[in-house]
Design a protein around this ligand. Structure first.
Ligand SMILES: [Zn+2]
Length: 561
């Protein structure tokens, strides 16, 4: 039987023509070898020699961590820790001593990307599935799906919404299998603990035999939480994000890991996102919130060090990732009011029957979704022309091709649930009141001076990824583009699980045991002339093989004097 990891990599390379970039992974079917290694440890190397090319290239038998054939097989463990909203420029020896030290023993991916829109649930789903929003169907944190709620927008991770969505789609509310589902299909177990509601999307079926999932102090297996509450007390109030993170970390380490550390574990911390929304990037409280996530990471690493008589850490790959970056709001823009003043029938909630040409507006912080009822072409055209002449529009995407816009497929957000028009707000590299760069206009739901995200700003679209463990090189930095869509394919490759359908992301093999890869970057532009000036928007896209990463996008009306 072929080495599954090699064939998996080859499958990704062969799955689509590499018309754009360079060949991604130097692995070919001729590198097959007898598959005599134990299930669940596809990349066996002696712990501490992550740069070995052994398993993929030489084809010799490879010792397990115990070092001798015939001993108990060594399984790989993967632990993913998400620091919500963590920006790369705040990782330092002083701010994040534990993460800093972990990075010295592993790889820092210095050009890591969110998917667009750079919002939590969208990126949680990208991490969870390895595909872009167009294939997962999770296009925004809040969108409008009239078959689920005809009157107003929905929170896409709400339990009732998910249940309804799965009913309506025959179980395809998320359009592809999640990482947890793929691991369960391979008889592996998972432990998922998230301080925010995003956890339910990782394993919305939550069969007890597959492990436990806890999200925002809740679980689809209520008994699990009852027992935790007896020891840790009730899940803390929403006003105490740091306490919620500590509670969730203890739930994972002391309860979900009590009997065994499963193949895959996820811990999602709400900080620094929560505090950066209430303050701003660089605020003293936000720096303290970053330290609290570092303390929780230390608890996780300590538990791994103690587990299995000290052996578990050497068989565990740890990923620390953020879902998105962060910006500071320069101006809060009341888009519904501005559109109504311009004569549009624009609403955020329907009181009566929807009328053709009405616009349902759904704010997502740095991005706004516009649903034109009945897909009225004249209203859509007038709306786009209006937005292109404002001083707050950054990049405008449309369902149908239009002058001076990009179609949804350019950002991988083309899906049946997509709106008619989607706009990322305009942004700059200016500094905020605490000296942190990255200012943006934002929607009407938060005030100027506070933090938010979800635009195509480079400050929102770049986030952190640090990976350390037996399968990764040590003390390296990777300048090659990587992104949240790469997490699932990389984790599954480590665990030796092949997804049923190809993922959009790639295995981060260049920092494991494969040769370097190449990338290329391209900027696309769209323009439209008006009597008062020219609208000009751009989107910068990097590619490694067929995987695309959105670096940034912005736009402006250049006035003619
Ligand atoms: Zn987030």
């Amino acid at each position: 039987m072929r080495n599954r990891w090699a064939s998996f990599l080859f499958g990704i390379v062969a799955a689509a023509p590499l018309s754009f970039g360079q060949i991604a992974v130097a692995v070919s079917p001729t590198q097959e070898r007898a598959d005599s290694r134990p299930q669940g440890s596809r990349l066996e190397q002696s712990a501490g020699s992550p740069s070995s090319f052994g398993p993929l290239v030489r084809g010799e038998s490879v010792a397990s961590v115990e070092g001798a054939a015939g001993q108990e097989p060594v399984r790989r463990h993967v632990v993913v820790v998400v620091w919500d909203g963590m920006r790369p420029d705040f990782v330092s020896e002083q701010n994040t001593p534990t993460l800093w030290k972990l990075a010295q023993s592993g790889v820092t991916f210095r050009n890591h990307h969110s998917v667009y829109p750079s919002a939590t649930i969208v990126n949680g789903t990208a991490i969870n599935t390895g595909v872009y929003p167009n294939r997962s169907g999770i296009l925004a944190n809040h969108d409008y799906q009239p078959e689920i709620n005809p009157k107003s927008s929905i929170d896409v991770e709400n339990a009732r919404v998910i249940r309804k969505g799965d009913e309506l789609s025959g179980g395809k509310y998320i359009g592809v299998s999640t990482i947890a589902e793929l691991i369960h299909n391979g008889a592996g177990k998972t432990a998922i603990a998230t301080a925010k509601t995003v956890g339910l999307l990782f394993d919305r079926h939550a069969e007890p035999q597959n492990g436990q999932t806890i999200f925002a102090g809740d679980s689809t297996q209520p008994d699990a939480v009852t027992e935790i509450v007896k020891t840790l007390g009730a899940f803390p109030a929403a006003t105490q994000p740091g306490e919620r993170d500590a509670w969730t970390t203890k739930a994972l380490v002391d309860f979900l890991w009590r009997n065994e550390i499963p193949a895959f574990s996820l811990l999602w911390l709400s900080e620094p996102d929560d505090t950066e929304h209430k303050t701003a990037p660089g605020a003293p409280a936000a720096i303290a919130a970053i330290k609290s996530s570092d303390d929780n990471l230390a608890r996780v690493l300590g538990a791994l060090d103690r587990s299995g008589g000290g052996r578990t850490r050497s068989t565990t790959d740890i990923f620390v990732v953020s879902d998105h970056g962060f910006s500071t709001i320069a101006r809060s823009i009341d888009v519904p009011k501005i559109l109504r003043n311009a004569g549009f029938d624009a609403v955020t909630e329907l009181t009566g029957e929807p009328k053709s040409g009405q616009i349902m507006i759904v704010g997502n912080g740095g991005t706004v979704l516009f649903y034109v009822i009945g897909h009225d072409a004249a209203v859509t055209r007038r709306l786009v022309e209006f937005l292109q002449q404002t001083d707050f529009a950054g990049v405008i995407f449309t369902r149908e091709p239009m002058e001076g816009t990009f179609t949804f497929d350019k950002a991988r957000i083309d899906n049946q649930h997509a709106p008619d028009v989607e706009m990322s707000f305009r942004w700059t590299g200016d500094k905020n009141q605490f000296g942190a760069a990255g200012m943006m206009d934002g929607d009407w739901q938060r005030a100027a001076g506070k933090g938010t995200h979800a635009t195509l700003s480079k400050f929102d679209m770049h986030n952190i990824l640090i990976a350390a463990g037996p399968d990764f090189r040590r003390g390296q930095t990777d300048e090659l583009p990587s992104g949240n869509v790469d997490l699932a394919p990389t984790v599954l490759a480590i665990l030796g699980i092949k997804p049923a359908t190809a993922m959009d992301g790639r295995v981060l093999s260049e920092m494991m045991n494969a040769p370097p890869l190449k990338s290329e970057t391209q900027t696309i532009e769209a323009t439209r002339k008006f009597s008062g000036g020219t609208w000009r928007q751009h989107l910068t896209i990097s590619r490694v093989g067929t995987t695309e990463y959105f670096d940034e996008g912005n736009g402006t009306l250049q006035r003619q004097d």
